[in-house]
Design a protein around this ligand. Structure first.
Ligand code: NIG
Ligand code: FE
Length: 421
């Protein structure tokens, strides 16, 4: 019996069809389960996936709509669109000067404490028009798309005033309408204490709690609230206060935790029922236990350690063995990790976390969806879900980490439409 809906797009001759169908989230050993079909096909009707499976089965039950687009995958790999669950894409100038200063021996915090770092990007964003910021962000999103990313979490955090944070969040929300990638907005007003509040940080925290968070929530500009919980930025007590206020206003929580040193941020994230805690390079055993019990997703960002030239990487294997949901992301930002490429992150996760290619693919699809509270809704090629699909120029998915620093994307399909290739 043919299916009622007709296919508007049909992909055949797929050597390795990575559906990711299976448990949500992928925990422990199940991270190696890709829901792999050798010799598969995918049919799409409009924006949705119509059928997925072995070629004969799919082709046998699908009728083609008039004008149906047929794509021969040439025996290559096909995956769900990747999900980048931690990005800071709205900024103006890049900071290559700081990258060079670090190569010459300065640390990230030396540069930040001297007025560079996040505060430099804040001064710069405040002076940049909305149109110019939108243009720059659109270019970054296009690069992400060309590397196989179809959904991102996008943070504000370079405005640090009510006006400039709202400007950043409006840009993120508007971009949802003007280009293919889906953006999930996060308010990161607690990214740093801006210049004008350095001598009165308590006043900035009051502004966050009494003005910025209520306004962002009321105007529905963000779904999540994030914080840079770190010694010298927001300490644990300040973080608890700010994040409780965000929660009271209906925002879901994410944390930058234990990034440059141990901050106990992972314990606090678990205590408050945060959706994710991210970075976690210096997470304690207690933090690991607390996150596993709370089901808080660990978003690991190996590009940050790589680009900061750090020796320590988050204990990914220990987290996986402890039952934590592990996702991977770029942390794309102008300071600590300037890259739009999730395939590059997969290479870094292989070498530094000892993750298999399959584990990393789980971490940028099914588990990344959990990191943005969309587990089972995106990141899988399942009948009825949105047709976000990547065709790769490779025949074995293990080439993804192995062939590093190049773009192996062949085509990207977003919501049933070919947007790259
Ligand atoms: O995730 N840790 C805080 N935020 C970014 C860095 C931002 C910047 O340096 O501009 C991060 O590493
Ligand atoms: Fe970050």
């Amino acid at each position: 019996m043919p299916l009622k809906k007709k296919a508007t797009l049909l992909i055949t001759n797929i050597g390795q069809l990575i559906t990711m169908n299976g448990p949500v989230p992928r925990l422990g050993d199940s991270m190696n389960d890709l829901g792999l079909i050798n010799g598969g096909a995918v049919a799409v009707a409009g924006e949705e996936i119509l059928a997925v499976g072995e070629s004969e089965a799919v082709e046998g039950k699908v009728d083609l709509a008039e004008g149906c687009i047929a794509i021969d995958a040439g025996g290559g790999v096909v995956t769900p669109g990747f999900i980048d669950s931690h990005t800071h894409p709205v900024f103006s100038r890049t900071r290559e000067n700081e990258f060079e200063m670090r190569i010459m021996g300065k640390s990230y915090m030396d540069i930040a404490n001297a007025g560079g770092g996040i505060r430099a990007s804040v001064r710069d964003l405040r002076e940049t028009s909305k149109a110019e910021l939108t243009k720059k962000t659109t270019t970054r999103l296009h690069t992400m798309l060309s590397y196989g990313t179809t959904t991102i979490e996008a943070k504000s955090g370079y405005g640090l005033s009510t006006e400039s944070e709202i400007k950043s969040l409006e840009i993120i929300n508007n971009l949802n309408e003007t280009q293919p990638i889906d953006l999930i907005p996060t308010f990161l007003g607690a990214h740093e204490v801006p210049d004008e509040f350095r001598e009165k940080r308590k006043d900035y925290i009051d502004l966050l709690i009494n003005e910025m968070i209520p306004k962002v929530a009321e105007e529905k500009l963000a779904e999540f609230c994030d914080i840079f919980c770190e010694k010298d930025v927001f300490n644990i007590e300040e973080s608890r206060k700010i994040m409780k206020a965000a929660q009271k206003h209906g925002l879901k929580l994410k944390f930058h935790a234990d990034e440059l040193g141990a901050s106990d941020g992972s314990e606090l994230a678990a205590e408050l029922g945060a959706v994710s805690a991210d970075h976690l390079v210096h997470i304690s055993d207690n933090g690991i236990k607390a996150m596993a019990e709370a089901g808080t997703v660990a978003v690991l960002l190996p590009g940050t350690c790589f680009s900061l030239g750090l020796k320590d990487y988050a204990p990914a294997r220990k987290m996986i063995e402890s039952g934590i949901v592990v996702a991977l992301s770029t942390d794309c930002n102008p300071g600590s990790s300037y890259s739009e490429s999730l395939p590059m992150i997969i290479s870094l996760a292989g070498l530094n976390y000892k993750l298999t290619a399959a584990e990393s693919i789980s971490a940028v699809t099914v588990n990344a969806a959990c990191a943005i509270d969309r587990g089972g809704k995106i990141g899988m090629l399942t009948t009825g879900l949105i047709a976000d699909i990547v065709l790769w120029k490779i025949n074995d998915y293990r080439e993804l980490p192995y062939h590093y620093g190049v773009n192996s994307v062949h085509k990207v399909i977003k919501g049933g439409k070919i947007v790259i290739g």
